[in-house]
Structure formats: structure tokens, C-alpha cells
Ligand binder design. Structure first.
Ligand SMILES: [Zn+2]
Ligand SMILES: [Zn+2]
Ligand SMILES: [Zn+2]
Length: 206
């Protein structure tokens, strides 16, 4: 499950046989499992804060993309205004509706082939890795575009990935076509992220 108050999934650490709290920015590689369609299932590799290792686990599409929005959460919280315990989902549904009405998405990424910001989801990510050049604050991701399915390397803050509806007001991206055919996609990703010559910046004009 995903905890909306800490913005982390609870996944399994097999080393300690315990729960590991995992942010999207701690994902390292996400692959769709071939064959599984209803629901789709993703193979997620993540950096485990509990033991320091990298683990692999299977996460269903619903859990990966929709649980972070919390609209079906059964958690409750103490509303300090009304002084009563209330369902967190009620708040989160209101927030989601309000955000969508204003044309916002829980996650957005720059699509270089289309030269546009596009909605995305945790399942749209293929690789995630810390971006050393800016300390640990920023992470490089390879994103498959939600609308055209082509790939772009984006460099975003951890919050941009970890906190649904939080969107950076500027996003760096690699202004180069992602060609994963001739060399392995992971190698291509790392090359574009670290040696890529053409880094550009999108600024929120709004
Ligand atoms: Zn672990
Ligand atoms: Zn570095
Ligand atoms: Zn696109």
C-alpha cells in the first residue's frame, strides 16, 4: 500500500523480512511484466532504505499509479477544524478533482519529441537515478510519454516524483532523441544523463 502522509509505498525487504518504505525516487528500474494484462503488473527495482540493497518486487498497475492519489484510501485523520476523525480519501478526492479541473496532473514530464509537458505516472518511468551534479536533490529519469510513447530523459527534484500534484516550476531535460535501438536503453539513458551534450530547461510560465 501507499501511505499518503509519508508519500511512500510499503514494499517488502527480503533481507530483514520487514516493511521497507519506498519513495518513487528510490525506484531504480521499472519494467512491465510481459503477459500480465488485467491488471498489468510491473517489475520494480528499488533502493532499500532498510538494508541498503537493491530489491526487485512486483507491483500491480493500480497500486503503482493510483494508490498514491489516495482516493480509495481507508485511512483516517484528525481534522483539527471539526475536531473529528475523518476519512483521508474524502480530502484527497476533493484535491484531485480541484487539480484536474485546473488542468493539473499528479505527475508531468517533458516530452522532447512533442516539445510539450505531458502527464505521466510512476509506471511511465523506466529508469530513475540520483543526479550527482546537483547533489542528491535532483534525480534523472527516463520517461515514456503518456501520449506518444517516445522517451525523454528528465531531471527533476525528488518531490516532483515523490509527492503527487507537486510539480517543479522548472524541469531540465535532454534535448536529444532517445534512440534505444543501437545500444541498450539503460546505457543510453546513463550516457544521455551524464554525457549528454544538449540539456535544456522548461520553465513554468504560469
Ligand atoms: Zn532491504
Ligand atoms: Zn556525477
Ligand atoms: Zn510525447
Amino acid at each position: 500500500m501507499f501511505d499518503q502522509l509519508r508519500n511512500q509505498y510499503s514494499l517488502r525487504c527480503p533481507t530483514h523480512d520487514t516493511t521497507a518504505w519506498v519513495s518513487v525516487s528510490a525506484f531504480r528500474r521499472i519494467r512491465r511484466l510481459r503477459g500480465a494484462t488485467s491488471p498489468a503488473v510491473f517489475r520494480v527495482e528499488f533502493d532499500c532504505a532498510a538494508c541498503g540493497d537493491v530489491h526487485e518486487t512486483l507491483v500491480s498497475h493500480d497500486r503503482l499509479d493510483w494508490e498514491p492519489l489516495g482516493t480509495e484510501s481507508t485511512e483516517t485523520f484528525m481534522n483539527l477544524v471539526t475536531g473529528r476523525r475523518e476519512l483521508l480519501a474524502t480530502e484527497l478526492v476533493e484535491r484531485a478533482t480541484d487539480q484536474m479541473r485546473r488542468g493539473h496532473w499528479p505527475w508531468t514530464f517533458w516530452c522532447h519529441p512533442e516539445s510539450a509537458m505531458r502527464p505521466g505516472f510512476p509506471s511511465s518511468l523506466r529508469f530513475v537515478t540520483p543526479e550527482h551534479d546537483h547533489g542528491d536533490e535532483r534525480v534523472g529519469v527516463l520517461v515514456r510519454c503518456f501520449s506518444c510513447e517516445r522517451h525523454t530523459v528528465n531531471i527533476v527534484t525528488r518531490d516532483h516524483l515523490d509527492v503527487p500534484w507537486h510539480n517543479d516550476d522548472h524541469i531540465a531535460y535532454v534535448a536529444q532523441v532517445f534512440d534505444g535501438d543501437r545500444i541498450a536503453p539503460e546505457e543510453r539513458f546513463r550516457h544521455q544523463l551524464w554525457d549528454g551534450p544538449a540539456r535544456a530547461e522548461w520553465l513554468d510560465a504560469g
